[in-house]
Design a protein around this ligand. Structure first.
Ligand SMILES: Cc1cc2nc3c(=O)[nH]c(=O)nc-3n(C[C@H](O)[C@H](O)[C@H](O)COP(=O)(O)OP(=O)(O)OC[C@H]3O[C@@H](n4cnc5c(N)ncnc54)[C@H](O)[C@@H]3O)c2cc1C
Length: 557
């Protein structure tokens, strides 16, 4: 039996009016707060792109804003939307729910929109009268130039070749990154007033001149020198590096007539895959030989899959030991059969030769892709180096006072476009502080990001990832037209909608809906905002609990 409440003894100290006139907020001892946190995708981007921010803009159907969010850090969304290996996606919390958001494809949508609509990069800051020289126009050099120019500095790029872009132009083939996209994004960047001197190779003497005549120098010369291999007969005609083959094709030099010829490509990285796919499109008959198995291949899995779909055979656990020929021309390669052994220091299983198990393959061309070193030539004397790469000290410094280093040319870099972009951006911030005599910024691992466990996933629906459209392999392998296509409107809207917006309030208004005290107010007069009426919020914490994306916290009063 329910006991009747004694209203006399429980008599409250407030009047019996509407709750609005009673300041029930005084009952509270902890309070809710809006507290945006680090989304894991943003944290996983080596160039610190605000991924959640640009996807939110796509979600609001504002591609112009999405472009302005992305170009705070990168001038190249259309390039990255095609070739970035998107480490951000492997950090996406959605992986644990159904599948990662297709961030790369969304970036491409924004990049292509900006090019189609002629969107310019934001105007630069006031002129500072400081001059910076950049050596190399790959993604590291170009992004460094972008950020320094945006800060108002005068930037001159020195490029040894006749065109800008580094490996974006010379390595990555047209069918993955069309030159017209590359040219358009580079032009838009140079339109900010960045000078570029082509066919200008910086050697030791020139570097010393740059160091004297500029306030700072950023050297990002990439890694163009194919690693040498001890292979008998490697001087035969028909034996070359995959990178030389790709460079020859990029410059339309056509030094290799491979039509109808058997081509062995040796290696398991991106250069090997791009070499084989380019050879296939030029009418050659390529086979990839790799000394480990598919699991250990360093190439991006999507590219390995695409190559296999195009019908390129891969022979695993095979290592070349000798080239043979007649009249100075390659006719066959001897391979040794391998097996996987113990793990090496990197955790990968070593490839171990199986004695006495060699086999011969008749081939017309052998393209090796065993990795690349920096083509340092006489720069090796002023700049300290080891194992084919420059040694970089703290704060991207070299051993020369005002010369900074970055990109693929230095040790311990990851060898991807987005890592090179990130190096360029960080170097620009360091150089900016250096020339102004300010303390140099530190780059540490940073704050921790919102995890899957932090989310309230009850509010999300399972939804399949919008896959990047690809041309059929039978058709695409015949030409250099793009292999992939952009997501159509419906697909990219769906994809943007899949973003959990981890840690960042996107005004879903769940907090407002669930607040029992009606203490949460939403406003949308131009700018959206949510505010908490602390006079009446009793600190129950329901809003924080029901926030799907962990963008609220409870804090002590
Ligand atoms: C075949 C291939 C495919 C790849 N595919 C991808 C991909 O799909 N996605 C991805 O993320 N990464 C990919 N990469 C890796 C990526 O391209 C590189 O990590 C990135 O381009 C490195 O940028 P960087 O600016 O350090 O150097 P680079 O891009 O190599 O640019 C260096 C520039 O410096 C110039 N230079 C060199 N020496 C001098 C000198 N002495 N004076 C003046 N200029 C000089 C060069 O001509 C060049 O323009 C690929 C690499 C290769 C080889």
């Amino acid at each position: 039996m329910k006991t009747k409440k004694n209203t006399q003894t429980l008599a409250p100290s407030f009047s019996y009016k509407s709750s609005a006139s009673n300041f029930t907020g005084s009952w509270r001892f902890i309070k809710p707060l809006y507290q945006n946190k680090m989304p894991p995708c943003n944290m996983g981007c080596p160039n610190t792109n605000d991924i959640q921010g640009f996807i939110e803009a796509v979600n609001n159907n504002d591609l112009k804003k999405a472009f302005s969010v992305l170009t705070r850090t990168t001038p190249f969304p259309a390039i990255c939307g095609r070739v970035c290996y998107h480490p951000c996606e492997s950090h996406c919390n959605r992986i644990q729910y159904d599948d990662a958001v297709n961030i790369c494809a969304l970036e491409r949508v924004v990049g292509d929109y900006a090019l189609e609509h002629g969107l310019a990069l934001t105007k630069t800051g006031a002129k500072t009268q400081k001059k910076i020289a950049i050596v190399g126009s790959g993604p590291a050099g170009l992004n460094c130039a972008y950020h320094l120019r945006s800060l108002g500095h005068e930037v001159s790029i020195f490029e040894s070749r006749s065109k800008a872009g580094g490996m974006l132009r010379h390595g990555i083939p047209e069918f993955r990154l069309p030159k017209k996209i590359l040219d358009a994004e580079i032009k838009r960047l140079l339109d900010l007033g960045i000078e570029i001197k082509f066919n200008f190779k910086i050697n030791k003497k020139e570097l010393e001149n740059l160091s004297k005549n500029y306030h700072a120098v950023f050297a990002a010369i990439g890694a163009y020198k194919p690693k040498e291999v001890a292979l008998n007969g490697s001087d035969l005609k028909g034996v070359s590096s995959g990178l030389n083959f790709l460079l020859s094709h990029a410059y339309e030099a056509n030094s290799f007539d491979i039509k109808g010829k058997q081509v062995a490509v040796v290696g398991g990285g991106n250069t090997a895959i791009d070499t084989a796919r380019t050879a296939l499109r030029l009418g050659g008959m390529p086979t990839i030989y790799y000394r480990r198995t598919q699991n250990e291949m360093p190439a991006h899995p999507d590219e390995v899959r695409e190559a296999m779909e195009e019908g390129i055979p891969c022979q695993f656990l095979a290592n070349p030991v000798e080239c043979r020929g007649s009249n100075g021309k390659l006719t066959s390669v001897f391979f040794q059969k391998m097996q996987l052994g113990e793990k090496d220091s990197s955790g990968r299983q070593k490839a171990v030769a199986i004695e006495g198990q060699n086999f011969e393959v008749k081939v017309d061309f052998l393209f090796t892709a065993f990795g690349e070193d920096a083509e340092m030539e006489d720069l090796a004397q002023p700049l300290e180096n080891k194992w084919g790469r420059f040694i970089r000290k703290e704060h991207f410094k070299s051993n020369m006072n005002n010369v900074f280093l970055g990109g693929d040319a230095v040790q311990d870099t990851q060898g991807t476009v987005v890592h090179a972009l990130g190096e360029g951006q960080k170097a620009a911030n360091i150089i900016d502080n250096f020339i102004q005599g300010k303390p140099l910024p530190e780059y540490s691992a940073g704050a921790s990001a919102v995890t899957y466990k932090d989310l309230n996933t009850a509010y999300f629906k399972k939804a399949a990832r919008s896959k990047t459209p690809e041309r059929g392999h039978a058709e695409r392998k015949k030409d250099f037209l793009p292999v992939t296509d952009a997501l159509k409107k419906e697909a990219y809207e769906h994809e943007a909608h899949r973003c959990f917006s981890c840690g960042v309030c996107n005004y879903c208004r769940n907090c407002e809906l669930f607040c029992p005290d009606k203490s949460i107010k939403f406003k949308s007069d131009g700018m959206k905002s949510l505010s908490i009426d602390y006079d009446h919020c009793k600190g129950c914490g329901i809003c924080v609990y029901e926030c799907p994306r962990c963008a609220m916290d409870m804090a002590k009063e």
